[in-house]
Design a protein around this ligand. Structure first.
Ligand code: ADP
Length: 248
């Protein structure tokens, strides 16, 4: 069975928008614990691929399996999140009026947390996980601060933390270092490398320095399908990859 042993398995997936083939025979598989970077020019289908995995977009054709046996095409968006797929969009969407800690509690508990007064209602295991995540995202000394007062980079880490408290099996990160300073970018690389192994991670990113820092294996998308796969050095040396980036 081809899907066996893969955390994520897409085969011959097709998505058209009003006849335009945004995803055109996409096949990709990710091993458990793998950290994969997806690159490709604008319009290659990277966002649509993430939308397919999270159930936001339904392919007209193809196979999408998670965890070896779960057919994602049989599940809706909310169910897919429950199955252990966490997605971070490019722009941070933290609750600015709430503290760092409250944002993480909310992510742990859902909207019920708004009514209960928070810290006391968490289980011991939840409290441990929250403390662990605060350390991972390096916001432990800012946990009572309003999220709105954080820097752009800190907001992005908080949002990653909001996914991590739910301990997702698969983490999807859309341009996690967009708009970050060099130092924030380096800290984000360290964070992602720390997460590797415990979580399978798919990162869509344009910053090649960052990709080089974190990725073992890179997948290049173009025109809705895989153009090349390998180390960053391998794909960057590929004539076809050079061509799509130069737009010839
Ligand atoms: P990327 O993220 O790699 O830049 P996208 O997945 O956003 O690429 O888009 C792939 C192609 O599909 C683009 O040409 C885009 O214009 C088109 N597309 C994406 N979403 C829609 C939509 N909802 N309706 C029509 N066209 C879309």
């Amino acid at each position: 069975d081809l899907t066996h042993g893969r955390i994520l398995y897409l085969e011959d997936v097709h998505v058209s928008f009003d006849g335009f083939r945004a995803i055109n025979g996409l096949s990709i598989d990710i091993a458990p614990g793998e950290l994969r970077c997806i690159i490709g020019p604008n319009g290659a289908g990277k966002t649509t691929m993430m939308d397919i995995i999270t159930g936001k977009t339904r392919p007209q054709r193809g196979t999408v399996f998670f965890g070896g046996t779960i057919d994602l095409l049989r599940h809706g968006e909310a169910e897919i999140a429950q199955l252990g797929i966490g997605r971070k969009f490019q722009r941070p969407t933290v609750f600015e009026a709430l503290s760092v800690h409250e944002n993480l509690e909310l992510a742990l508990q859902g909207s019920r947390a708004l009514r209960a007064s928070l810290w006391g209602r968490l289980s011991g295991a939840q409290r441990d996980r929250l403390a662990e995540v605060l350390t991972l995202i390096r916001l432990q000394d800012r946990m009572t601060r309003s999220a709105g007062l954080l820097s752009h980079g800190q907001k992005q880490w908080l949002e990653i933390g909001m996914l991590l408290v739910q301990d997702p099996k698969l983490l999807l990160l859309d341009e996690p270092v967009a708009g970050m300073t060099d130092q924030e970018t380096e800290r984000t690389a360290e964070l992602i490398l720390t997460l590797k192994g415990r979580h399978s991670i798919v990162v869509v990113e344009h910053d090649m320095g960052f990709v080089d820092r974190i990725a073992e294996k890179v997948t290049v998308l173009a025109e809705g399908a895989v153009l090349a796969e390998g180390t960053l050095a391998q794909v960057q040396a590929d004539e076809r990859v050079i061509e799509v980036y130069l737009g010839r």
